[in-house]
Design a binder for this molecule. Structure first.
Ligand code: G3P
Ligand code: CA
Length: 274
């Protein structure tokens, strides 16, 4: 892709393969993605695993909290069956696809992609362990660390201030319910909340903020630019969301369907050259 707009395969090509798995990341690469997003959390024995949810019940055959299981059990846990059942019209079947460790993902994809790694776990050991894992694979120049929480990002910033960090802004509805931010945000408009977060990210020295696609406006893009941080989208639901981000100047977005998104971005760039 030669466009400045970055298509980031959200949990891999997660519309067509089970999210956050090796098949989903491989498929994203096959489809031309040069950037992938993934979620990390600790197993009970402190292995960094790639999985989104706090609980295992919805997407696997295990019950209860993710952090109660060790890596060996999690690596034998099938997420492919859930995908097959919930996407009966998907072109491929994935039963037997199990959860992956971060090491497996970094080893498999290597330096062929840029990684946007989201810290999902509140364990204070995770940020530094994550940096160590990235460095052990020699991928420090290819990783952006992200989180909806400031705390792990500040921990990363403290020990590795040169690393790209992206602060994920919660959606408008969720914003004032967060225990971490409620004291500062109670009663404020979405615009004021966005300003607060963009300013906080800039003051912390982070390089980027990510805003839910429907909430992104020219006003908040200008605010971010004024504060020296780039702004990308997340939560892209459809082509209209993606086109909106393209038109108003976001620098990229996480998208579940990278192949289609890359086509749209290319077509948009060609239209702009005519
Ligand atoms: O790009 C950030 C996006 O991944 C946040 O949403 O639910 O996938 O963690 P979620
Ligand atoms: Ca994520």
């Amino acid at each position: 892709m030669d466009s400045a707009f970055r298509v980031i395969a959200h949990r891999g090509a997660s519309a067509e393969a089970p999210e956050n798995t090796l098949p989903a990341f491989r498929l994203a690469l096959e489809q031309g993605a040069s950037e992938v997003e993934l979620d990390v959390r600790f197993s009970s024995d402190l292995e960094i695993m790639v999985f989104h949810d706090d609980a295992l019940d919805r997407k696997t055959g295990l019950r209860g909290r993710f952090s109660h299981y060790d890596a060996s059990a999690l690596r034998r846990t099938d997420i492919g069956r859930w995908f097959d059942v919930t996407r009966p019209h998907a072109q491929r079947r994935f039963a037997g696809t199990c959860l992956a460790t971060l090491d497996e993902v970094l080893e498999t994809l290597g330096d062929r992609v840029r990684y946007h790694i989201e810290i999902k776990d509140s364990n204070p050991l995770l940020p530094l362990r994550l940096l160590q894992a990235v460095d052990a694979h020699g991928l420090e120049s290819r990783v952006t660390i992200t989180s909806f929480s400031m705390k792990p990002l500040l921990a990363v910033q403290k020990v590795a201030p040169e690393r790209p960090i992206c602060f994920l802004l919660r959606d408008a509805h969720d914003a004032v319910r967060s225990a971490e931010f409620r004291p500062h945000l109670h009663g404020k408009s979405i615009e004021a909340i966005q300003d607060y977060w963009i300013d906080a990210a800039a003051e912390a020295g982070f390089s980027q903020v990510a805003v839910r696609a429907q909430d992104v406006t020219p006003r908040c893009i200008a605010r971010a630019a004024d504060r020296g941080v780039t702004l990308r989208g997340w939560g892209v639901r459809d082509e209209a969301d993606l086109l909106w981000l393209l038109r108003i100047g976001a620098v990229g977005a996480t998208v579940d369907w990278p192949a289609r998104a890359i086509e749209i971005v290319r077509a948009h760039a060609e239209d702009g050259r005519r």
